[in-house]
Design a protein around this ligand. Structure first.
Ligand SMILES: [Zn+2]
Length: 244
């Protein structure tokens, strides 16, 4: 996220939490708000869409931007993902690719990689203690990017980085439910423990469960492929029945 929109999102989040903008009230017009924050309107738009994904703001097309009133958001009202409108597409992709990255990270993580993940986990838990959903979601994203990098496959890391915007959007959505805002951090803890233990199967399972659970928290079911975990990889002549 560019620095200015991140700054603006942080400032707006604070103003909402401080009650400067009451629940359900309409924010000032874009021009006035951008001027008061000292940023461009495009940076403001990005900040507003970040806070909308986190459930703090609600954009009503043609009317304006409103502070969320605390009502639970219907799945049909989820804000569209950047690049791929349907958040389900993003969650499903993530649930297919990221468990593999987590397994590889568990296999390859060195002391530096483990420290990096532990630091991110700590930052996420701190942010939640301070009710800073924006920082928590940034740490959430950092965790997933770090896993992709620690996996040590340049193509995998490149794909995940190129999809950073829709991935960031998808992981913000579950934070809109105050009852489950700790769930991502608790699920990350399970992934982290598996990576620390270099347990590839547990890391795979924990990441898959984390992403499927996150999707379920916003009402999406992912129709994931059934995996036959007992299948030997790679296939050997004896398992294919072919004699060389
Ligand atoms: Zn996560």
């Amino acid at each position: 996220m560019p620095k200015l929109s991140s700054f603006a999102a942080r400032a707006l989040q604070r103003q909402i939490q401080d009650g400067q903008f009451a629940r359900g009230s309409m924010l000032p017009g874009q021009r006035a708000l951008a001027a008061s924050l000292g940023i461009s309107r495009s940076a403001l738009r990005e900040a507003v869409s970040t806070l909308e994904a986190l459930g703090l703001l609600h954009i009503q097309p043609g009317k304006g931007v409103f502070v969320a009133d605390g009502a639970v958001r219907a799945t049909a009202d989820l804000p569209a993902s950047p690049m791929f409108d349907d958040p389900q597409v993003v969650f499903q992709f993530r649930a297919i690719v990221e468990p593999g990255a987590a397994a590889l990270a568990a296999q390859r993580a060195d002391a530096q990689g483990l420290k990096r993940l532990a630091d991110i986990q700590h930052a996420m838990e701190e942010a939640l203690h301070q009710q800073d959903l924006l920082a928590a979601s940034e740490a959430d994203l950092a965790f997933h990017l770090a896993i992709a990098e620690i996996a040590g496959n340049a193509m995998l890391a490149s794909v995940i980085h190129s999809l950073e915007a829709p991935i960031a959007h998808s992981l913000r959505l579950p934070f809109a439910d105050p009852d489950s805002e700790w769930m991502p951090a608790l699920e990350h803890r399970v992934v982290l423990d598996a990576v620390v233990a270099h347990d590839t199967a547990a890391a795979h399972r924990a990441m898959r469960r984390h992403i499927a659970s996150a999707a379920a928290r916003v009402g999406l079911s992912l129709d994931l492929p059934v995996l036959e975990s007992s299948m030997p990889l790679p296939l050997t002549p004896s398992t294919t029945g072919v004699t060389p």
